[in-house]
Design a protein around this ligand. Structure first.
Ligand code: SF4
Length: 234
């Protein structure tokens, strides 16, 4: 059943109702709800830290679009994980690049903008490209989990993305790291090798470091800057 709902105010109501109704539903049930309401007009955004969400989404919709932001600052392991996912899963990877290459950005704003103004760097290389990449869709799915960091503790399984005027799906919001590990082991989910090498979360190499003992999974991102999120999920 494809939804006839396209007006933003009705989509917002639909998302808010689903956020309540689908709390406690499985990730597959949440993605199936999206597939029934939005047909092909939904996608997955993946950082390729792992391929769990693309794996789940491809079970519901083989060939599903998976948006990957190629910031120009990725670890080689991340590009390799994307390539392996594309080769082995029934997904359609959409690699999105910023308007400027790293060299062009350096020429415009000076080298190492990520050190001087990471918010501007993230806006140029992540937030703006994602906004443009998502424009054709009605809904997008992310792999946010409540247990990853305090900034994500209140994420709902379906919510209204007011900034983009879209429905946002967080099908594994309630999953724990144990749930992720179990599903990944049982289903042969590809995992970025950096997660076996001391990293708790994978982003651009200039802004990601290994974790110290006892740190939460995202503590290695923008460490020491006070920045907690890239702005994709505001
Ligand atoms: Fe730039 Fe760092 Fe943001 Fe990547 S994570 S876009 S390098 S500031």
């Amino acid at each position: 059943m494809t939804s006839v709902v396209t007006a933003p105010d009705q989509l917002q109501k639909l998302a808010e109702r689903a956020g309540s109704d689908l709390e406690g539903a499985s990730a597959i049930e949440i993605l199936t709800w999206a597939n029934e309401h939005f047909d092909a007009s939904w996608c997955v955004a993946s950082s390729m830290a792992d391929t769990l969400l693309p794996h789940l989404a491809s079970r519901v919709r083989p060939g599903v679009d998976v948006v990957f932001l190629d910031t120009g600052y990725h670890f080689a392991e991340t590009i390799g994980t994307r390539d392996a996912a594309e080769a082995t899963l029934p997904i359609t990877v959409k690699t999105i690049k910023p308007r400027q290459s790293v060299e062009q950005q350096d020429a415009s704003f000076g080298a190492r903008l990520y050190e001087r103004n990471p918010d501007q760097c993230c806006a140029l290389r992540k937030v703006n490209p994602l906004r443009q990449a998502l424009e054709p869709y009605t809904a997008w799915a992310s792999g946010l989990r409540r247990d990853e960091a305090v900034t994500r503790a209140n994420v709902r399984v379906v919510e209204w993305d007011a900034r983009r005027q879209m429905v946002k799906l967080n099908p594994i919001a309630a999953w724990t790291q144990e749930d992720v590990d179990q599903y990944s082991a049982e289903n042969g989910v590809l995992i970025n090798p950096l997660l076996f090498d001391g990293y708790g979360s994978v982003g651009c190499w200039p802004c990601t470091r290994r974790l110290a003992p006892g740190e939460d999974a995202r503590a290695g991102r923008w460490a020491g800057t006070g920045k907690l999120e890239c702005g994709l999920h505001d």
